[in-house]
Ligand binder design. Structure first.
Ligand SMILES: Nc1ncnc2c1ncn2[C@@H]1O[C@H](COP(=O)(O)OP(=O)(O)OP(=O)(O)O)[C@@H](O)[C@H]1O
Ligand SMILES: [Mg+2]
Length: 229
C-alpha cells in the first residue's frame, strides 16, 4: 500500500476578493521506501502541497490519504496520531534556542512519548554523530552555524524513526558534502527501514539520488519522472 495517496487536491488561500488558488487538481501516489523530489519555481505550491500531505494544513477539497487514512475532515486526534508517524525538516529549523543540540533532538523523541529515557539518550547521540555533530552534542543553537543548526533539526526529525519524512529544502543551508550526506542518509533509511521521503529542493546535485522527480508549476504537476532502478 502506498503511504501517501493524493487525489484531485485543490487548495485556496485567502477569502473574498483575495482568494487565490495555490493547488490545482493534484493527484499522486508515493511508493513506500522511495525518495521523491518536488521541484518547481518559487510560488509554484511545493510547500503548500508538502504541508497538506503532512497534516499541517487542513485539506479543503479532494483527498489525501496517509497510511490509508483520509485526512479531509479528519479529527484532531487522527491528525495528531498521523503526525507522530511523520518527520519534518523545514527551511526554518525552529530549534529551541534555550536547549542544547542533545535536548532539541531529545524533544523529537519525547513528543512520541514511548521508549525508555536511557535508550533515548543513546539514540540521540547516535543520530547527532550520524549528521556529523558528535563534537557539538551539548552546544546551544546560538553557538552553532546555520548548517549545524539545520543538521540538529534533521537529527530531531529522524531520531524517532518516522515512516514518512517531509523535507522542505533541507540542504539549503549546508555545504555540498554535508548536503549530500544528509540526502544519502535519507536514501539509506528508505532502503533499510522503508522510510519514505518527499523532499523539496532546488539543488541539482541531489537529483541523481532521487527515485522520482515531480515538477510543479502554478499549482499543477507538470512533470513526473521515475528512475528505473
Ligand atoms: N499562508 C499563505 N497565505 C496566502 N497565500 C499563500 C500562503 N502560503 C502560500 N501562499 C501562496 O500560495 C502559492 C504557493 O506558495 P508555496 O509557499 O507553496 O510556494 P513554493 O513552491 O513553496 O515556493 P518557494 O520555492 O518560494 O518556497 C504562492 O502564490 C503563495 O503566495
Ligand atoms: Mg516553499
Amino acid at each position: 500500500m502506498s503511504p501517501i495517496v493524493v487525489e484531485c487536491l485543490n487548495h485556496w488561500f485567502g477569502a473574498g476578493e483575495v482568494r487565490k488558488q495555490a493547488i490545482y487538481d493534484v493527484s499522486l501516489e508515493v511508493d513506500r521506501g522511495s525518495l521523491t523530489i518536488l521541484m518547481g519555481p518559487s510560488g509554484s505550491g511545493k510547500t503548500t502541497l508538502l504541508t497538506l500531505m503532512g497534516c499541517l494544513r487542513e485539506v479543503q477539497d479532494g483527498s489525501v490519504r496517509l497510511f490509508g487514512a483520509e485526512l479531509k475532515g479528519a479529527g484532531i486526534q487522527t491528525l495528531e496520531a498521523m503526525r507522530r508517524r511523520l518527520g519534518f525538516i523545514f527551511q526554518a529549523h525552529n530549534l529551541h534556542e534555550s536547549l542544547t543540540a542533545r535536548q532539541n533532538v531529545l524533544a523529537g523523541l519525547q513528543v512520541h512519548g514511548r521508549g525508555d529515557p536511557a535508550r533515548h539518550n543513546v539514540a540521540v547521540e547516535h543520530m547527532l554523530r550520524l549528521v556529523g555533530l558528535g563534537d557539538r552534542i551539548d552546544y546551544l543553537p546560538g553557538n552553532l552555524s546555520g548548517g549545524q543548526k539545520q543538521r540538529v533539526a534533521i537529527a530531531r526529525a529522524l531520531v524517532s524513526n518516522p515512516e514518512v519524512v517531509f523535507a522542505d529544502e533541507p540542504t539549503a543551508a549546508l555545504d555540498h558534502d554535508s548536503g549530500m550526506a544528509v540526502v544519502r542518509m535519507l536514501k539509506t533509511l528508505g532502503q533499510e527501514r522503508g522510510t519514505t521521503t518527499v523532499m523539496v529542493t532546488h539543488d541539482n546535485r541531489i537529483l541523481d539520488l532521487a527515485d522520482r522527480i515531480m515538477t510543479l508549476e502554478d499549482g499543477r504537476i507538470v512533470g513526473d519522472q521515475r528512475k528505473t532502478p
